[in-house]
Design a protein around this ligand. Structure first.
Ligand SMILES: *Cc1c(COP(=O)(O)O)cnc(C)c1O
Length: 230
């Protein structure tokens, strides 16, 4: 199947999951995760009106962003672990960062975006599977502290939460995690009195149906759009 056909299938599945759970399909942003995939494959997706793309390595992303820089609409989301020495590349290249997970990283980002006089949308990465190998904050207190730090600055726009559950948890445990994410997003919106904290970045190829039912507003799909990665 072509990228265009795969995108149409995914969009159909999104529509169905949304309608089944009483939601509006337009409220769910599809991020095409293009890591390891070529500029040519991204162009195919762009030609099919896909505009948001996710990358998880800065070096790999920079080449693609440069190659596609003449396209005014394309929107780049950084979804990988952000090393502090790579923060300097963010202002010119990304519109969203999904993986803020410490006060220190927040400080570095705020300083860099101030220098560039640019604003950016950021999400806090949460790790509710308690996997030591995975990034992300595990406790409410830590999340609140980082959220307050982001919100106290000027250049980072705090928009919500992101998570990657362990892949083998099954439906009940995975949905519990997504449900907790939604509760914490709502609590942040209330406690920080910030109606713009609306986003829940959760759901990948294997489980986006569950994520949509639990309230995901951004789903990150690679395999179902571009095929398996090597
Ligand atoms: C690779 C990746 C995805 C996409 O995974 P698929 O299973 O291919 O849909 C989503 N989110 C993150 C953070 C990723 O690294």
């Amino acid at each position: 199947m072509s990228v265009k056909d795969r995108l149409a299938v995914v969009q159909q599945q999104i529509n169905q999951a949304a309608i089944q759970s009483g939601r509006t399909p337009e409220d769910i942003k599809l991020i095409a995760v293009s890591k390891t995939k070529s500029v040519e494959q991204i162009r195919e997706a762009l030609a099919a009106k896909q505009i948001a793309f996710g990358e998880n390595r800065i070096q790999e992303a920079l080449g693609k962003i440069e190659a596609l820089s003449s396209n005014q609409q394309v929107e780049w989301h950084f979804i990988g672990h952000l090393q502090k020495n790579k923060v300097k590349f963010c202002p010119e290249n990304f519109q969203w960062i999904h993986t803020v997970e410490s006060i220190e990283l927040t400080g570095k980002l705020e300083a860099r975006f101030a220098l560039a006089k640019k604003k950016i949308n950021v999400l806090i990465q949460v790790n509710l599977s308690r996997e030591e190998s995975k990034s992300g904050l595990q406790e409410w207190e830590g999340i609140l502290r980082v959220a307050e730090t982001i919100s106290s600055g000027h250049w980072l726009k705090f928009r919500g939460l992101m998570t990657i559950p362990a892949p083998d948890l099954g439906e009940i445990k995975t949905r519990k995690i997504y449900e907790q994410m939604r509760k914490w997003r709502d609590k942040l919106q209330y406690e920080l009195n910030a109606p713009e904290i609306t986003e829940l970045s959760m759901g990948m190829t294997a489980d986006f149906n569950w994520a949509i039912q639990e309230g995901a507003t951004m789903i990150r799909i690679g395999t179902a759009i571009f095929g398996a990665r090597n």
